[in-house]
Design a protein around this ligand. Structure first.
Ligand code: ADP
Length: 542
């Protein structure tokens, strides 16, 4: 409780001084003090000294009430004078009694004032009109003051209890959620933390935590091995006013007990918009991460195991197909086998690569590459399919365009975009391939007039295993890995890939790559990479 009125020394000093003032004024006014008031004058300092010496904190609470009753008795003594005396001082113990004991204090005030002030006064002076009025008014006033204060204290206590109750409800609610929650103040100090987060803190800081953001401990990056440095700690980032989601960390070093946490942060601002703190939520995603790891390992090993028999089927089919003595029907059937083996091989490659991308293993072997030649080569390889579907192809490709890329990976980007353009464009449609340098960046554009992608699906086409509803409905073959791999390759080259599309009208995929890799210099030579070296300015049918 916020009111702990256990020490009455100060109020008693106030009472004593008021009492002495009353006496001093009486003496100064020429009043000769009789036995009663004189006794009061002597006893007041004595009571004050005793009050000063008593160990109030260790004494039972009724002692406070006794002191107030003594004070009322002293006032009674001061009034034992034929002309009476001021009994207003009774307000002081009355306030104290109401404050500490509530309504019971008001009752004690009333009884003590009647017994020690009113009755002795009336007996000593006699029941005159003025004396009766003074006594009754004083008693009523004392009781009203005590009751008023009791009421105020009651309300304040009620408010305090309500706030306390709300605080406990809040704490209990926070403890029921299975997410670690932390509130930081503007200085980065921990102000509130729920039970779940205590568990995480114990794992991450086995040697204790100082309650301040950014403390280093057994906190690791997503790879589970690299320790997180001060400026990458989620709490530190939050105190810098950063808001984020899905910041993945591992806490604890023991493989059996460590947990993977996905952290989100939101900033708290005051009404002036200034940073007032931050709220952080730590979601335990250990099971999900472990399942993901198992899945990745499974996909990687299955794909790997499929590779060997596929290579052998591929090799032997090609060998048999080279023979001249094959009956036409067998040749045709073996051709079907060979095409399906190729498809299966591409699928397995995509799966293997996806597993590597998921583990952040897009390994690049960069070298200075004429990507114009790569684009032309991809087009040549796609030509049978393009012609088979009676598509018109227009290209705008420079003679040479030398950039530092991983040639194999970059070919994969072109192949994926081109094969999608062919796959998703109905017979008789049009495809354009455009390679240029725009704003100091290499830009590769693959445009088609095919089925297009709806606005809703467009945001997901670069996600793994995503297939737009339109494509799936039309039973166009695919598993939704090509674009996610393409994006990973472009990203790892420091580039970007974007798509513009309209359902039913076609799609445009645009890849932008930085022209120079830091630390690399383009070879001198008159405009080897310049668009002016390009073939005809207008797209030309090939
Ligand atoms: P896949 O083609 O094997 O399904 P991708 O990752 O290459 O996988 O493409 C993902 C999805 O994006 C496709 O399933 C298709 O719905 C859509 N998509 C990709 N390229 C095009 C395109 N040129 N035109 C229309 N839709 C496309």
């Amino acid at each position: 409780m916020w009111i702990e009125p256990r020490d009455p020394r100060l109020p008693q000093l106030g009472f004593s001084l008021m009492f002495l003032l009353d006496m001093v004024l009486r003496i100064a006014g020429g009043v000769e003090l009789l036995t009663g008031p004189l006794l009061g004058l002597v006893l007041v300092p004595v009571v004050w000294v005793v009050t000063l010496l008593l160990p109030w904190r260790r004494m039972p609470q009724w002692c406070l009430a006794a002191l107030c009753v003594v004070d009322i008795g002293l006032i009674g003594l001061s009034r034992l004078d034929p002309v009476g005396g001021s009994a207003l001082l009774v307000v002081i113990p009355a306030m104290w009694l109401g404050f500490v004991y509530g309504v019971r204090g008001a009752v004690v005030t009333g009884v003590a004032t009647v017994g020690l002030v009113m009755v002795p006064g009336l007996v000593y002076i006699g029941v005159t009109g003025i004396n009766l009025s003074r006594s009754v008014v004083t008693t009523v006033l004392a009781v009203v003051v005590a009751l008023g204060l009791a009421n105020v204290v009651h309300r304040v206590r009620g408010g305090q209890e309500m706030i306390e109750l709300q605080r406990r409800v809040g704490e209990a609610t926070l403890d029921t959620v299975d997410v670690g929650l932390v509130l930081l103040d503007s200085q980065g100090r921990y102000t509130t933390m729920n039970r779940r987060h205590h568990d995480f803190i114990r794992l991450a800081f086995p040697h204790g935590h100082g309650g301040v953001a950014g403390q280093l401990g057994e906190v690791y990056h997503e790879d589970g091995e690299t320790l997180v440095q001060h400026e990458d700690m989620p709490t530190y980032r939050a105190t810098q006013g950063e808001e984020f989601d899905d910041h993945l960390i591992w806490v604890g070093s023991d493989p059996l007990t460590r947990r993977a946490l996905s952290v989100s942060s939101r900033v708290v601002r005051d009404d002036q918009g200034r940073f007032a703190g931050a709220a952080l939520a730590y979601k335990d995603v250990t099971d999900f991460m472990r399942a993901l790891q198992v899945k990745e390992e499974f996909v990687a090993s299955v794909s790997h195991e499929l590779r060997t028999p596929l290579t052998s089927i591929h090799g032997f089919t090609s060998l048999v197909l080279e023979r001249d003595d094959l009956p036409d029907e067998v040749r045709h059937q073996l051709g079907v086998v060979a095409r399906n083996v190729d498809r299966l091989d591409r699928l397995v490659s995509d799966l293997l690569q996806t597993a590597q991308v998921e583990r952040g293993l897009v390994h690049l072997e960069r070298e200075r590459t004429d990507i114009a030649a790569l684009v032309r080569q991809s087009i040549e390889e796609a030509r049978p399919a393009i012609e088979g579907a009676q598509l018109t192809l227009a290209t705008r490709i420079p003679q040479h365009l030398i950039v530092t890329v991983d040639p194999q990976r970059f070919s994969q980007v072109i192949d994926n975009l081109l094969s999608n353009a062919v796959k998703y464009t109905p017979d008789g449609g049009r495809i354009e391939v455009d390679l240029s340098i725009t704003h100091e960046r290499v830009e590769l554009v693959v445009l088609d007039t095919g089925i297009g992608i709806s606005m809703r699906d467009r945001t997901h086409v670069f996600s793994r295993f995503f297939r737009a509803s339109h494509a799936a409905r039309q039973s166009i073959q695919g598993i939704g890995l090509g674009l996610s791999i393409t994006k990973a390759i472009v990203d790892s080259h420091g580039g970007r890939i974007e798509v513009e599309s309209e359902e039913g009208r076609g799609s445009t995929f645009r890849v932008r790559l930085p022209l120079d890799v830091p630390g690399e210099r383009r070879p001198p030579g008159p405009g080897r990479n310049h668009p002016s070296d390009t073939a005809p300015g207008q797209p030309a049918p090939v």
